[in-house]
Write a protein that binds this ligand. Structure first.
Ligand code: NAD
Ligand code: UFG
Length: 360
């Protein structure tokens, strides 16, 4: 069976994708430097996947590696080859993802998200592994008045984080020999099979309660903050503005269940394996917008608890509304999000409770 290298595999989206890869029969190479995750997540992946010890040693390899270290990447590919395991494809989640931190530390963001990615691509090329799935972001679009957002819309990131994602997307187009930019699928004359997946707002957790987001430090995003307020860890939620031009004045986003997102990665991989060399660019969202107040309300209904909040100033750099047009994911992958915000809140809360019970 195929070996899939998953960079950032112990992070939030990577760990959920590992579950589906294992379930679908793929073998996985877990690569992470644990800068925003913990090796303990590997135990959770194994637990949720229900593998026995024989399967674990046969189907999972783990490497603690920083993608900025070219030699380590090369050694990892070479050790896999020596043990007669060829890596057939890479799903590249490893990266830094805080908009605010990227403003403070642009060098670090460019080094990890762009140089690290280039190291990885160069290493893959030298081992003739040319199937690559990249975690991009809706943030590459920047502010837009066109809703829903299509893949062909203007790319205009407005943070160093967004610039690193847009630049690496451009690099991927260049190495695959693609000149056009507006189509979702462009043939590659360099034998690369690449997908650039632009996630909207991933939230929620695995329904078992054994896997979820485990960020280090204070979360910046709305969903984990609501969960913290709901659990009593945080006193009150600040809503950043109620004077946006939206249905109730609060910011609107396209929240997507992390397991829906993970499934889209599986389908992308299958699609790339059976297709001609190409670069595929897809939005991954539900196409449905939810306001901050609507998300709070749903969380309260699903948990039976109150989420106290106060209205604060708008956050610098925020958008009023961001919703995907996911039609191309349906067309190219036959993928459509299955879960709504009720399930996202239910599963996110189950994970939050199990963290408290198990002292995670
Ligand atoms: P995460 O921080 O939970 O996971 C990223 C993983 O990469 C972590 O385990 C971290 O330890 C690892 N990592 C970071 N730098 C590394 C390095 N130099 N070498 C090796 N490993 C390294 O983030 P996530 O939410 O799972 O996001 C995964 C990818 O998706 C990221 O590239 C992110 O930019 C992108 N993305 C995330 C979101 C989101 O809201 N979560 C939205 C759009 C795009
Ligand atoms: N919000 C609050 N209070 C908070 C946090 C957020 O009111 O304490 C509001 C924001 O103003 C926004 C909405 O909740 O209206 C969602 O904010 P998030 O920070 O959860 O998400 P963003 O859409 O701002 O950004 C996220 C990631 C980016 C990524 C983008 C698109 O943080 O890295 O989604 O994928 F680029």
């Amino acid at each position: 069976m195929y070996w899939i290298l998953v960079t950032g595999a112990t992070g939030y989206i990577g760990s959920h994708t590992c579950i589906l890869l294992l379930k679908s029969g793929y073998n996985i190479v877990i690569l992470d430097n644990f800068s925003n995750s913990s090796p303990k997540v590997i135990d959770n992946i194994i637990k949720v996947s229900n593998l026995n010890s024989k399967e674990i040693s046969r189907r999972i390899k783990v490497f603690e590696i920083d993608i900025c270290n070219h030699n380590s990447l090369d050694n990892m590919f070479s050790s896999m080859i020596k043990s007669r395991k060829k890596i057939n494809a890479v799903i590249h989640f490893a990266g830094l993802k805080s908009v605010a931190d990227s403003v403070e530390q642009p060098y670090k963001y460019w080094e990890t998200n762009v140089l690290g990615g280039i190291n990885l691509i160069q290493t893959m090329e030298s081992y003739n592994c040319k199937t690559f799935v990249f975690s991009s972001s809706a943030t590459v679009y920047g502010p837009t008045s066109k809703i829903p957002i299509k893949e062909s819309d203007l790319i205009k990131p407005c943070s160093p984080y967004g610039s690193t994602k847009a630049s690496f997307e451009n690099f991927l187009a260049d190495i695959s020999g693609c000149t056009e930019t507006l189509k979702c699928s462009i043939p590659s004359n360099k034998e690369w099979r690449i997908a650039r997946l632009r996630y909207f707002n991933p939230v929620g957790a695995h329904s078992s309660g054994n896997l979820g987001e485990l960020p280090k430090g204070k979360p910046n995003n709305l969903f984990p903050l609501i969960a913290e307020v709901c659990s009593g860890e945080r006193e009150i939620l600040e809503i950043f503005g109620n004077d946006w031009p939206t249905k109730d004045g609060t910011g609107v986003r396209d929240y997507i269940h992390v397991m829906d997102l993970a499934e889209a990665h599986l389908l992308t991989l299958s699609k790339l394996f059976i297709s001609d060399p190409q670069i595929l660019t897809l939005n991954l969202g539900t196409g449905i917008g939810t306001s901050v107040l609507e998300l709070i309300k749903t969380f309260e209904l699903e948990t039976g608890r109150k989420v106290p909040y106060k209205i604060s100033e708008r956050r610098r750099g925020d958008l009023s509304i961001s919703i995907a047009d996911p039609i191309n994911a349906l067309k190219y992958l036959n993928w459509k999000a299955k879960f709504g915000i009720k399930e996202m809140c239910r599963d996110g809360w189950r994970w939050k409770q199990s963290q408290a019970q198990n002292n995670i």
